[in-house]
Design a protein around this ligand. Structure first.
Ligand code: PLP
Length: 376
């Protein structure tokens, strides 16, 4: 790709921090782990942070710590990365989808009430593409029904809603550090919470069910090895120290896209959601109707043939074949999510993208739009 969809931003001094760990005897469960967790909790203003080996592990452990399992239901969005739903399924609980708001593209708070049953235990909202719009209303609806909120903040590190940071809305909130996220540890994730009992439970679950106090070979529950090595943590700590710089770079890239695509009637161009200052995970434009999936897929193909990294973030989760097989969803179940997801184009987006590169992407996009006829 001439301009990739995503590209990590790792500085030479950050590499040096990783190398320092490699030269030390503490490659795992060492000082970098505790430092990364402390700095992360402090950044968000939360009591506790527990590092894990992926965002998916973090979501799964959060649900387990809350006692969610077979027979339970968790309300979530069908317009997200698959892990939001599969982390629920891993516990044995059922993901119950609620359609999205057509503007924020997040779980529509108005749909929650009708989805609640006697088995509902939690709501798992996502700040899709980094945008927390509407999350306050999702939390209020959850509270009205006595449901715990597990916040999937994997795309939203640095975003705020009415000045409140993403990752501070849920009883438990989870971040991911895959290389395309705002900060990366290669692979990694973080669970944050203000409740010591939940954090301690996650500590045990990530570390083979070990007790906080007690021997290396004493196991009090079925646990996992979801630990994050000190090698990863050193990188995470370094990256986290740059979060404000990273956020402003991403906001600048988004502003260039918005400027250059302003007035393009064939596209819906995203902005900061209502009340939000978004740190932007990805920059996803949508074709306006009556364009549909056929034209969108042709545009994706044309753009990648011209060296521009693009993607169809995200296909509807409820229509993934294994989910259909398990729960019997059909096309039409969540019409907003389905319609939106057939028209999305994720454009190249990363910290170091230059204004010239953004202009090049926008030029190619307009030329491809000219070449793909609008239906009807
Ligand atoms: C990235 C992401 C995750 C976690 O992904 P991992 O690869 O497991 O770190 C979970 N949910 C959403 C919405 C994500 O974008």
């Amino acid at each position: 790709m001439q301009i990739p969809l995503s590209r990590p931003d790792v500085m030479e001094w950050e590499i040096e921090r990783v190398v320092e760990v490699l030269r030390s005897p503490d490659l795992a469960l060492g000082p970098a782990l505790g430092r990364f967790e402390e700095a992360f909790a402090a950044y968000l203003g939360r009591r506790r942070a527990v590092a894990v080996n992926s965002g998916t592990s973090g979501l799964f452990l959060s649900l387990l710590a809350l006692g969610i399992g077979p027979g339970d239901e968790v309300i979530t969005t069908p317009f997200t990365f698959i892990a939001s739903a599969t982390s629920i399924m891993m516990t044995g609980a059922r993901p119950v989808f609620v359609d999205i708001d057509p503007v924020s593209l997040n779980l529509d708070p108005k749909g929650i009430e009708a989805a609640v049953t006697g088995r509902t235990k939690a709501v798992l909202p996502v700040e899709i593409f980094g945008n927390p719009a509407g999350l306050d209303r999702v939390c209020k609806a959850a509270e009205r029904h006595g449901l715990t909120v597990v916040e999937d903040s994997c795309e939203a590190l640095g975003s705020t809603l009415y000045s409140q940071k993403a990752g501070t809305f849920g009883a438990m909130s989870v971040f991911g550090f895959y290389p395309n996220k705002q900060i990366t540890t290669g692979e990694g994730g973080m669970v944050v919470t203000d409740r010591d009992d939940l954090a301690d439970c996650c500590l045990s679950l990530r570390n083979q069910g070990r007790r906080t106090q007690g021997g290396w070979l004493a196991h009090e529950r079925l646990g996992y090895n979801f630990r994050l090595s000190d090698i990863n943590c050193a990188l995470g700590l370094a990256q986290l120290s740059r979060i404000e710089e990273i956020k402003s770079k991403r906001r600048q890239v988004a502003a260039w896209y918005r400027e250059l695509l302003a007035g393009e009637g064939r596209l819906i161009v995203p902005d900061d959601g209502e009340g939000c200052e978004t740190s932007w995970f990805v920059f996803v434009v949508r074709l306006t109707e009556p364009y549909g999936r056929l034209q969108r897929d042709r545009i994706l193909q044309e753009m990648s043939q011209q060296g521009i990294g693009v993607s169809n973030y995200f296909p509807p989760v409820h229509l993934q074949p294994f989910i259909v097989q398990q729960y019997g969803h059909t096309a039409g179940d969540f019409p907003v999510a389905e319609s939106v997801s057939g028209r999305t184009i994720a454009l190249p987006f990363y910290n170091r993208l230059t204004e010239e590169e953004v202009a090049l992407v926008c030029g190619v996009l307009r030329a491809v739009l000219d070449a793909v006829p609008c239906p009807g």
